[in-house]
Design a protein around this ligand. Structure first.
Ligand code: ADP
Length: 393
């Protein structure tokens, strides 16, 4: 059975076509600069990469091209071969604790939850509508980034603000749930245990750390929105809220402008004053650039603080610490900076293994290390396909 997994952003659309339940990736790719000039797309099939420039007026144009390419490239003979479509949706609110087949009610809910995720949910819906228009007769499934975190207890999801704010939906939701769930299932299998306790560091451009207790999310660093928690590529993570009115007054800017700074001009970019990409920053670190060194030091400090927090939350009962996503999978220097600060809980980095592990599975601690640290490549797309298959087969 062929299943299409779709991850639509405001100006991009990533897709993968799977053969399920074999989890065979048939074709994968992405459209970029949708709605902006100089659009383009990439398709990877049979180890071959096709790259084309094409103006992409909107998501509908991108979907038209995608479906036509699937036929032209003889990946499918007919659209009816696609039996179901899974869509990543960032915010499922306090309602959805699992993926769900999309109905009119679900669409309404996603619209309602847009006020909680204005940068993401509307784009996810536009993507869904564009695909739905072409593939009317198949089931579409919403896979929520927030669903995995429904198990977080009230004591951890409630902010110490007036309690009535809970009625206004102000609480920790958590994000990257699809990735944290994938890693949890992977480690359950790898360790051959039904219930695992993990600290998962999903550190990419966006970043979040999750404490997993008995295979369920127990706490996570992102909160009401994805701007909170760790320092990220361009997001600030946790800051004192009083900075907002102070800076708005000093710089004579609006709250929207302040939030734009927190989301797009802070983090690695804000401190390094150079780039949000960890590769660029690492290069600058080798050149002894002071701002880049400060950026990487703050970055590691924030990750260590969360690991320490979750180590205690899990009462030290830890099966593994896992690094994943762009930086976690690839940046041996970032991992070293973090793990070197965990010696006090008897975590002992194996530098050689750490240096050798890039973009692939690996155990990067020594045999004698009390807790093992793993690198596990995440795969949110296959998790989308799995849930879509489970709910539509
Ligand atoms: P997103 O949150 O956009 O999905 P990714 O998980 O793709 O982000 O991570 C992007 C980050 O991963 C960037 O900061 C990038 O520099 C970093 N990264 C990707 N590949 C490497 C690499 N080979 N070495 C170091 N960092 C890398």
């Amino acid at each position: 059975m062929k299943i299409l997994s779709i991850n639509a952003g405001s100006s991009s659309l990533k897709f993968t076509l799977y053969k399920m339940p074999e989890e065979e990736k048939i074709v994968t790719g992405q459209f970029e600069r949708i709605g902006i000039k100089d659009g383009s797309y990439k398709i990877k099939v049979n180890g071959e990469k096709i790259e084309k420039k094409h103006d992409l007026k909107d998501h509908k144009v991108a979907i038209d091209i995608l479906l036509k390419e699937l036929i032209d490239l003889k990946i499918i003979k007919d659209l009816s071969e696609i039996k179901a479509v899974g869509h990543r949706v960032v915010q499922g609110g306090d309602k959805y604790d699992d993926s769900v087949v999309i109905t009119d009610e679900v669409v309404k809910d996603i619209e309602i939850f847009s006020s909680l995720a204005p940068l993401h949910n509307p784009a996810n819906l536009i993507g869904y509508q564009a695909v739905k228009e072409k593939l009317k007769d198949v089931k579409h499934v919403a896979i929520f980034d927030t669903a995995f975190h429904h198990s977080i207890p009230k004591v951890k999801y409630t902010y110490p603000l007036p309690l009535e704010f809970l009625d206004l939906k102000v609480r920790k939701y958590g994000f990257h749930g699809t990735s944290h769930k994938y890693i949890t299932e992977y480690m359950q299998k790898y360790l051959n245990k039904d219930k695992v306790n993990l600290i998962i560091c999903h550190i990419g451009n966006g970043a979040s750390i999750t404490a997993v207790k008995d295979s369920k999310s127990y706490d996570t660093s992102m909160g009401f929105t994805p701007v909170s928690g760790l320092m990220m590529g361009t997001r600030c993570g946790d800051i004192d809220v009083s900075i907002a009115p102070y800076i708005m007054d000093k710089l004579n800017i609006t709250i929207d402008e302040f939030m734009n700074i927190c989301n797009k001009k802070s983090g690695l970019l804000g401190i390094s004053e150079y780039s949000s990409d960890s590769r660029d920053i690492e290069q600058k670190v080798t050149e002894q650039d002071e701002k880049a060194i400060l950026a990487t030091d703050i970055y590691a400090d924030k990750v260590v603080t969360y690991i320490a927090n979750y180590y205690f939350a899990l009462e030290g009962k830890l099966d593994a610490i896992v690094f994943t996503a762009g930086i976690g999978e690839n940046s041996n220097t970032t991992r070293k900076r973090i793990i070197d600060k965990l010696k006090c809980i008897d975590i002992d980095l194996d530098e050689k293994k750490n240096d050798e592990t890039r973009g692939s599975f690996g155990i990067i601690t020594r045999e004698k290390s009390k807790y093992k640290v793993y690198v596990v490549p995440t795969d949110e797309e296959v998790e989308i396909a799995r849930d879509t298959y489970r709910l539509t087969k």
